[in-house]
Every structure is written in C-alpha cells, then in structure tokens.
Design a protein around this ligand. Structure first.
Ligand code: AKB
Length: 313
C-alpha cells in the first residue's frame, strides 16, 4: 500500500489528524512533515519540508512512495492580514505545488482544507449555503476561494480525486492555532482553566460557526473514506457543528468557573468576523456522506477544561 504524507503535521489540525491516521493505517503508512522540527509524532518517518519548495516536495513524495497527501500547512486569517504576501505565497504556492506533484506522481487522493473564510459579506449570514455568493475580504479567504477553484480545475482537467471541507473555527487543546480570528474561543478556555481572566478581541455578540477538533478530524477521515460516486459536491463541502458568541461561550464557562471574567476590546479581527457567516448549511455533507457532529457545545467545553486543567495559557 502507498503511504500517506501529512504536510503541516505539527499544526493545530495536523497534530490530531496525524494521530487519527496512524490509528487507522498504522505508523509505517504515515509520513509526517512540517516546516518545523518534529513535534509529538516521534514514532513516524519525518521530513522537514517547506511546501513552497516544489522540488523538495517531489523528492519526499518519490522517496517515500506517497499515494495520498493531506496538505494542512497554511497561514490563517488574522496573521494573513498582517503579512499578506507571505500568506498568499504559502497558501497558493503551497497548494499549487501539492496539486502539481499529485498530478505528476499520479497520487490517488489529496485532502486540502478550505474554510468559512471563503465566504464574504454577500453570503447570507445565517445558514450560508453550499453554493452561492462568495466574496472573501481577507487574503486568507481569497486564497481559500482561489484554492477551491484550483482544486476543481485539477479534478476536472486531469480526473484527479481532490477532497475538501470548509472548516468552521476549530477548537482544540493539543497544538496552538496559527493566528486565526476564531482563536479567541481557545484563548478564553485556556485562561479559564488556568484561573485567569481574559480580554476578548471579538465583541460580546460576535457569533461564528465553530467545531471541536475530534469532530473535524472524524469529518476529514469520513470524507476521505467515502466512495467517490457518493460525493456530489465537486468542490469543498460546507461543514458545521454549532455557532456561538463570546457571551454564550463565557456563560457556559462560568457555570463551571463562576469567577471567570472577560473584558471586550475588539481589534482588527472584528471586521474579519463581521464578514463571515454566523451559521452554515451543511446539508450536502449530511446527505452525501452522512456527516453528523458528535460533541455538543457544552460537552466540548467540559472536555477542553478537563484537558487544560492546570496548564498555563
Ligand atoms: C481562522 O480563524 O482564520 C480559521 C478559520 C475560520 O479558517 N480558524
């Protein structure tokens, strides 16, 4: 069997997705790669890899007999607005390098994540549809929408199997997120668990779609395992669990930590959040490959606080 390459294995999604892939396929079948030194997956074959380096990527694919790539290395929304050229180069050159190597080496499948950031102010804010107006306002969002089109182009032109999800804000405790707008929720949970107060960079009623990482990882694996003929969406699937505002999250945290207190100082990230939908219609994912989130919002808060207890933010 050909091997699986995870690009960005040390990142927020990569850390947990790599663990799940190892559980499913065995450690010998998974090669971890990241621009940084190997993190927690010490048992795996590891390659230090900058995905913008096409030649090195091709060498890694050839050397390990790679058949499938999960390409997770990306600049997120907030950091992307601070470093636009860096973000565009990483997100677009990285994806194009992956698509090209997948075409040349005839890989069987590629996974690449899109995001709710691909939507914009023209998208209906509630129940953002699978197909409709998309006018992203961040460099990150523009790169995600362009990336969706590139994936469809490669799939149509070369008959490649490229699968993708529009992730909502992902909440996790294993690895830090890389500078997103939804990170406030993780920061608030870390602060509460450490007995500290928190200052939110989003306003109290700023509602966004979110998901717990174990559900996002399972969604990814379910999508990648689904028979191709079941997948009717040619591009990236909308994916949802629940939506909440800082006020709603803090209310749930306070039921566990009554003294937890939050101040609100919205910064440039507020405008990013204001251009994103409040909720997502993921009925195509539910119909085509039976997607269902498992964690409720309060189960996520309990699980996060349990894992974070005693940790410094
Ligand atoms: C971000 O906030 O930039 C990401 C995302 C929603 O894609 N978490």
């Amino acid at each position: 069997m050909k091997k699986i390459l995870v690009i960005g294995a040390n990142g927020q999604i990569g850390t947990e997705l790599t663990t799940a892939l190892v559980k499913l396929h065995g450690a010998k079948q998974v090669v971890a790669s990241d621009i940084q030194a190997l993190g927690r997956h010490q048992e795996l074959a590891y390659e230090k890899l900058d995905v913008t380096d096409a030649q090195r990527l091709a060498e890694v694919v050839q050397q390990h007999g790679i058949g499938e790539i999960y390409h997770l290395a990306a600049a997120l929304s907030a950091k992307g607005e601070e470093h636009p050229e860096w973000a565009w180069n990483l997100n677009m050159t990285g994806l194009l390098n992956v698509l090209e190597v997948a075409r040349q080496a005839k890989l069987s499948k590629v996974f690449w994540p899109s995001s709710i950031a691909a939507f914009g102010p023209s998208t209906p804010r509630d129940n953002a549809p699978q197909v409709g107006a998309m006018d992203p306002k961040t460099v990150y969002g523009i790169s995600k929408l362009a990336g969706e089109h590139w994936c469809s182009w490669y799939a149509e032109k070369y008959g490649m199997d490229i699968r993708s999800l529009r992730y909502p804000g992902l909440i996790s405790y294993s690895a830090e997120p890389g500078g997103g707008t939804t990170d406030y929720a993780i920061q608030a949970l870390f602060a509460a668990a450490a007995g500290q107060n928190y200052t939110s960079f989003l306003d109290i009623d700023s509602t966004l779609p979110m998901m717990y990482m174990p559900d996002a990882v399972r969604a990814t694996i379910e999508l990648m395992s689904a028979p191709k003929e079941q997948l009717k969406v040619a591009g990236s699937y909308n994916l949802a669990a629940w939506s909440f505002s800082p006020r709603e999250l803090v209310d749930i945290i306070r039921q566990r930590y009554p003294s937890f207190s939050v101040a609100y100082k919205p910064d440039f990230r507020q405008a990013i959040a204001d251009a994103w939908p409040r909720s997502i219609d993921d009925s195509s994912a539910r119909e085509d490959w039976a997607w269902r989130p498992a964690y409720s919002l309060s189960e996520m808060v309990d699980d996060m606080l349990k894992h974070l207890a005693g940790r410094k933010p």
